[in-house]
Design a protein around this ligand. Structure first.
Ligand SMILES: C[C@@H](CNC(N)=O)C(=O)O
Ligand SMILES: [Zn+2]
Ligand SMILES: [Zn+2]
Ligand SMILES: [Zn+2]
Length: 442
């Protein structure tokens, strides 16, 4: 199959007083070990910081260390005419950025208010770039957090209690405002329903991403008596306590209610997660996933019959290539496409553990999970980097990948109001449908 593309990683990110455990070398080395041969990371400027300056910082961190090709999304964490101008520059051929992420949560850190959010989305549409959103209501989270802490709820369980599914679904609805949109890390059935409802209202491409964590585990771990264990599962939006969520998200991916699976790999060592001991809102947010993303989805969706291998390739590789306009260079095995190829052994068994994973972080949220199906060989740009289980990556072998604006899937595919056929009546819940539902033809 074509090498996996992980559209959502955070290597060497500094946030909440800590720095991610996996750097661009160890992170991309782990990616290749798991069958991923291309990642797209996030430049996250602080409020007030030049986006170009932050972009250059990320390029300095990554170039020369990555083991596979990588692209960059850029966060729009504040708004001004200068930000608009820098977005224009970043979409030029010189910088090669075609997607911008806006946060509706992380109040005081990265969050935009609705007016600035819509200005940023409008600018994306003008530039034919793809807006992405972190869809949670940051004001509700802030108020819930104050009340929980005041009541003495300070453990990791407070993280999930401060932001339930409705807090996510409301923001999904608010962000689907009549323009193409990519919603990152969708974590709940409620969010998928809100996305489905939005698709009945508008014809623009609305792309839904979920994560390896969402299909591989759930929010019951927040109740674990061990702080390290519970805090290791803290990411935003949180894992959900509803035990039917992992299967429902696999089905949503299989049925094209969701289009891609990423990792959102944003790992912190135990010493950093301890920053939130006594106050869950200080726990650095993020989990692992870049190494296990494909094996976890294969185990949970293909081995269970929910998804066929061709759809697996779409959601782990080719859809990301089409959305970010690097297809068929990436996401396809063909003459003139990059030689990023995975030989997947569907019978290769292993038990996931931090004791032997390739990531730097000292915890694995899939600890102890037995998976059947993993890569046997991984070829990165023509070089065998996983050779029958032996990892032979080369630091700096990967290069920066420009992602051009005006992805045909996003900007040619959508239909105007009058052209589109009548949409089927909105489905109450994301049930399994065979005829597909109103979403971009990937
Ligand atoms: C900060 C970054 C990773 N952390 C997380 N999702 O909790 C994100 O929000 O995508
Ligand atoms: Zn996010
Ligand atoms: Zn423990
Ligand atoms: Zn992220």
């Amino acid at each position: 199959m074509p090498g996996g593309i992980d559209p959502h990683t955070h290597f060497e990110l500094e946030m909440m007083g800590a720095k991610c455990a996996d750097d661009f070398y160890k992170g991309t080395r782990a990616a290749v070990a798991g069958g991923t041969t291309c990642v797209i990371d996030f430049v996250l400027p602080q409020k007030g910081q030049s986006l170009l300056e932050a972009y250059n910082n990320w390029r300095e961190k990554a170039d020369g260390k990555v083991c596979c090709d990588y692209g960059l999304h850029v966060g729009v964490t504040w708004w001004s005419p200068a930000v608009k101008k820098e977005m224009q520059q970043l979409t030029s051929e010189q910088y090669g950025v075609n997607s911008f992420k806006m946060f509706m949560a992380y109040k005081d850190a990265w969050m935009l208010d609705d007016y600035d959010l819509y200005c940023a989305m409008e600018t994306c549409a003008e530039l034919k770039a793809l807006p992405q959103v972190h869809a949670e209501n940051g004001h509700i989270i802030a108020r819930n957090t104050e009340k929980l802490l005041a009541k003495g709820v300070t453990g990791p369980e407070g993280h999930q209690l401060s932001r339930d599914e409705e807090v996510e679904a409301e923001a999904v609805n608010r962000a689907c405002a009549g323009a193409p949109l990519y919603i990152v890390h969708m974590m709940s059935k409620s969010a998928v329903r809100a996305l489905q409802l939005a698709r009945t209202r508008q014809r623009h491409a609305l792309i839904g991403e979920t994560l390896a964590a969402t299909v591989g585990t759930d929010g019951t771990h927040y109740g674990n008596a061990c702080f390290r264990h519970a805090a290791a599962h803290v990411l935003s939006p949180p894992l959900r306590p509803d035990p039917s969520t992992p299967q429902a998200m696999c089905e949503a991916l299989a049925d094209d209610h969701l289009q891609l699976i990423g990792s959102d790999n944003c790992t912190f060592h135990e010493k950093d997660k301890q920053l939130g001991k006594g106050n869950f809102s200080k726990i650095p947010n993020g989990v692992n996933g870049v190494e296990d993303r494909m094996a976890i989805l294969w185990q949970k969706a293909v081995n269970t019959g929910i998804m066929d291998p061709c759809r697996f390739v779409a959601v782990t590789s080719s859809n990301a290539a089409k959305v970010f306009n690097i297809w068929p260079q990436k996401g396809r095995i063909a003459v003139n496409s990059d030689a990023d190829i995975v030989v997947w052994d569907p019978k290769l068994e292993r038990t996931i553990s931090a004791a032997n994973h390739k990531q730097a972080v000292d915890f694995n949220i899939f600890e102890g999970q037995h998976v059947v199906g993993s890569p046997q060989y991984v070829v990165v740009n023509g070089r065998v980097c996983l050779d029958d289980g032996e990892l032979r990556v080369v630091e700096g072998f990967g290069k920066f990948l420009k992602t051009p604006v005006e992805s045909p899937l996003i900007y040619d595919g959508h239909q105007s109001q009058e052209e589109a056929p009548h949409r089927p009546e909105f489905l109450e819940a994301p049930v399994r449908v065979t005829n597909g539902t109103p979403s971009p033809d990937l």
